[in-house]
Write a protein that binds this ligand. Sequence first.
Ligand code: ZN
Ligand code: ZN
Length: 890
Amino acid sequence: MQLEKVYEPGRFEPHWAEWWIESGIYRADAKAAKTSRVFSMVIPPPNVTGSLHIGHLFEHTMSDVAVRWHRMRGELTLWLPGTDHAGISTQMVVERQLASEGITRQQLGREEFERRVWQWKEEYGGRIQAQIRREGASVDWSRERFTLDAGLSRAVRENFVHLWMKGLVYRGEYIVNWCPRCQTALSDLETIHESVEGHLWHVRYKVSGGEETLVVATTRPETMLGDTALAVHPDDIRYRHLHGKTAILPLLNREIPIVADSMVDPKFGTGVVKVTPAHDPNDFAVAKRHKLPFIKVIGEDARMTAESGPYAGLDRFEARKRILAALEQTGELVKTEAYTVNVAKCERCRTIIEPLVSKQWFVHMKPLAEKAMEAVRQGRIRFVPDDREALFFQWMENIRDWCISRQLWWGHRIPAWHCKNCAEIIVARETPATCPRCHSTEIEQDTDVLDTWFSSGLWPFSTLGWPDRTEDLAAFYPTSLLITGFDILFFWVSRMIMLGLELTGDVPFREVHIHGLVRDADKQKMSKTKGNVIDPLVIIDKYGTDAVRIALLVSAAAGADIALKEDRMEAGRTFANKLWNASRLLFMNMERSGIDSWTPSPLEVAAESTEDAWIFERLRKATEAVNRALEIHRYHEASQTLWDFVWHEYCDWYLEVKKLRFREGSGLDAHWRAALTVYEAMLRLLHPFMPFVTEELWQRLVHGSGVHSEQPVSISLASFPVAAPSPAQQERVRLFGLLQQIVTAARELRADHKLEPKTIVDSTVYLRDAVFDEADLTAAGALAKIRIEQRSGAISDHTGLIRSSPDFDLQIHSSGAATQNGAASADSRARILREIAALEKAIGNSERQLGDATFLSKAPEKIVASLRAKQAEYQEQLAANRKLLDNLAE
Ligand SMILES: [Zn+2]
Ligand SMILES: [Zn+2]
């Protein structure tokens, strides 16, 4: 069996990505839930307009590790994919497309516009799916969902009707960013801010029942007609006597209260501000606190309303001119000064935004939040890392009502109808034909659509068929785990918890793993404007998906941000390459031995040699560590463990020794059996992390030139290794550890004394309480290019090059090869001196800690003990290094 010389992921990654889908192996059979443990997850639905960014890749990689691990543990596993219709961003994309054809959506009309968006979705909406495939995400594509598809739309209606019936949905006043030209409310994301040269006008208001006056500064005098209060800071001693009094609004002579509110900045102007709740978001909040009325003086068309008395019907800027003129005349305009004003404009048409109050739909959140907090308190939902829990509670405790209506055309239209005849509001699951109150047929559906979080908040159950009691819902809900970013913890995660509990009576997921951000190498947030964005598709093409996956995984401590460096991905590819080369060696020897394929066998194969005993034990330890780390969502620990095991233990030590055994040619069969047993288990361990290369290698190993029907069709359906309960052959494991130390000591001595790399030198090892058999001694000698003789006890004749440790002394007889190179190199001296300095520093540090009485009284015993052990170890290394330095000096 031959393996291509070079590791080229591009040759097989796309193939397996396709095959995994075609073969349908990730389709979850709900019927199996009766007899199996279940693990289910939903993918946080990316925007349909989106394309993959590095954060998705990171999130999907961790999720895929979890999913593949559970699947390989024999659980019934579902990972459900899908996309979000993303109201605003999708509508904007299509509107831009229309603009290039010279059409507006108003010209097309609502129905035709919606048709155009669907058309756009069919054409371009598939990009993100293709990218998720390339990530190797083992999702069940047969269950793919879209937040606007028929089933999910029904769930959204059910949700709205349910909340309405319970009195949790209501209509109320709310301040929005309004574009008078586009005739729509805009989210903050759709507005831009500009500094323009304007004015600050100082206007005098009279305090009721006296001679006192107050001066108020404003940049928008036209809004003063809608003032319903003046406000001062509660601690401002200049105005304490005015608390509870009233003032007279100039021009309209309306009496308005003076309120005390800490929102007021006493240093701005005179410290007195006007409150216009209907046209300013801050004032809106003040008005809510003080229960002030809202008077809307500017309408949706940016003209003054009937509320503005003599100015009604005027454009807002014309009204400004006239109001200023009138104030000038009455002497109430005290001062005009130049002032830089921050103006919000419509991102699309640059019209100045008018903040105004309008009728919106709300969800009353308090009762929903109570239930959510209760569920988290009871531990029915667990946050990882758990410090995120505090923030969740803080949000839930301060939650405000949720404005769910949007003045858009793309989205779930609100299932409410207004009767034109009697003004009745009808909320219904099915479109009504007549008004139930007056039987009029003149009813019209509300024109607003719902906030996208209103549908994505149902995602874990609407995707499984809710509100119907489907087989899927019974099998896979509540889902087991959600892996998502910190940024949508409030917007999305908390809403899923609240709505899930309210609508299904159960939590939507049992655990939430919150991951950190992927930042650039300098820990800066990636952004297009900074130009430091790493495009996952570019690096996948460059390094292969597996290499990028492992690079991301080993970089990420739980919940912490990643500083992603390009050399990590380089290292990821080198790692994959290492595995590839090891496989090549094994496969070549398989072929030489006439073996075509390998049937995986249980791990407890009798270890035939010292290195087998050692690698079985290392594998057992690694298996144990990986399973434990995955259990608690420590993906970086699991991947780091495997990285070390594959690279440094299996490839660097074990295979190096095995190569010698293969060369010796004796007992070949046993050596093979052990090497392949560990190798095959290693592939399975590594599969969740690097699915492509492990599938490629495993298929070749296990299925060889044909498919062996008794084996699973894919490594992803094979079983995940479980650690044997107890370590085996302790003595042999210890011997191999000793062998490693001797080889390392010999290599260092050779390097320090610049011995000819090719020359084999004679040496003696003095062992305190161990005896090597001939094969091990030969192996150690071959690895370090020395001829070893073993003796028991301690060294007595201190000639030649010596390395000592508690367990052995190694003596390289320097007569011959060593003498002509005996002089210590400056490099070696420098290396040893550096090591000594580092050790002295470490010893100093731990001495300080161990001498600290408060630390000792507070630290857990385990920590103190390990610190003491470390301290002893440092001392030993220090002594050894000093000796080495002395030897060099001789
Ligand atoms: Zn506009
Ligand atoms: Zn009616």
